[in-house]
Design a protein around this ligand. Structure first.
Ligand code: NDP
Length: 284
């Protein structure tokens, strides 16, 4: 029987810590501010934006909700970003992805001032993460690391296998585990003998987007299993990339879906916004 890593409880604890930090900053005259930009009416994106703004309210962060129509041009979006870059009371800018086809995502990401790039997707921030000296960590990998730390799991010297190599999750996740002194293996769709590789993992982090893909025979007895995936199963129920019922009896620690990594991502966005405000204050 695995210990269940309760992402909801850990996330709540961090939000309380952040709320205290924001209250102290306000006393010194600084209110962290986040601008969220949503282009179009994608229903999933609307839910994400709503949850982000709700988290701002809970923590005491000033927020702005910029909604643009689906037919917005790239130039119009870049104009808005430039304006937000200039405004002192905005410390973080988050453009909700995906963007409509006429807008190049990379051009938008690179237009955000690196010190306001609270998603940590800008090339400058990515480069700093690789170098191990960073202002922000990307939200989902940062959330995973926080779950591991706050569950008292040591990483140093462990075999860590990350399945998935996206720029948003897999690659930065592997880099963070490397900085934590794990021995890291990255797997992807072309990896040969995947079960043999995942079975070597002391810490297995899965971010592929395939419902219940990781089965019991792919996991070592006692392993820490972190499931980043968010999928719908055959009954339309939210589930992860890990077959929880099959893996949980073998694992030492495991994150559930929902209630594992999911709640941490927005909390880490809040943390990055607070960090951005703190760093902006220091520059003055
Ligand atoms: P991407 O689709 O960008 O990347 C998926 C990765 O998984 C790719 O590197 C791909 O390999 C690899 N992959 C796909 N199929 C296999 C396979 N059969 N065997 C091995 N590797 C495979 O996804 P994301 O990284 O953006 O997201 C992954 C999952 O995490 C999704 O379910 C997403 O919803 C979820 N997610 C959850 C978040 C949260 O807050 N909890 C935040 C972000 C994502 P290749 O590169 O070779 O194609």
């Amino acid at each position: 029987m695995a210990a269940i890593i309760d992402g909801k409880a850990i996330s709540e604890q961090i939000r309380q810590e952040l709320a205290a930090e924001v209250a102290a900053m306000k006393q010194k005259g600084v209110t962290p501010g986040l601008a969220v930009v949503l282009v179009g009416e994608d229903p999933a994106s609307q839910v994400y934006v709503r949850n982000k703004l709700r988290a701002c309210q809970q923590i005491g962060i000033y927020w702005e909700d910029h909604r643009l129509p689906a037919e917005t041009t790239e130039e119009a979006l870049l104009d808005l970003i430039r304006e937000l870059n200039r405004r002192e009371e905005i410390h973080g800018i988050l453009v909700q992805l995906p963007l409509p086809g006429q807008i190049r995502e990379q051009a938008v990401i690179e237009a955000i001032a690196p010190e306001k790039d609270v998603d940590a997707f800008h090339a400058q921030n990515v480069g700093q993460i690789v170098q191990g000296q960073y202002r922000f960590l990307p939200c989902t990998p940062a959330g995973v690391l926080e779950l591991i730390r706050r569950s008292g799991i040591s990483v140093e010297g462990k075999d860590c296998v990350v399945v998935g190599r996206s720029n948003i999750v897999g690659k930065p996740m592997a880099m963070l585990m490397l900085h934590e002194n794990a021995t890291v293996t990255i797997c992807h769709s072309r990896t040969r003998e995947l079960p043999a590789v995942t079975r070597r993992a002391d810490i297995l982090i899965v971010a592929i987007g395939r419902a219940k893909f990781i089965t019991g025979d792919m996991v070592k007895e006692g392993a820490v299993v972190i499931d980043v995936g968010m999928n719908r199963d055959e009954n339309g129920k939210l589930c992860g990339d890990v077959d929880f019922a099959a893996v949980e009896p073998k694992a030492g620690h495991i994150t559930p879906v929902p209630g594992g990594v999911g709640p941490m991502t927005i909390t880490m966005l809040m943390k990055n916004t607070v960090t951005a405000a703190r760093l902006a204050g220091r520059k003055k």
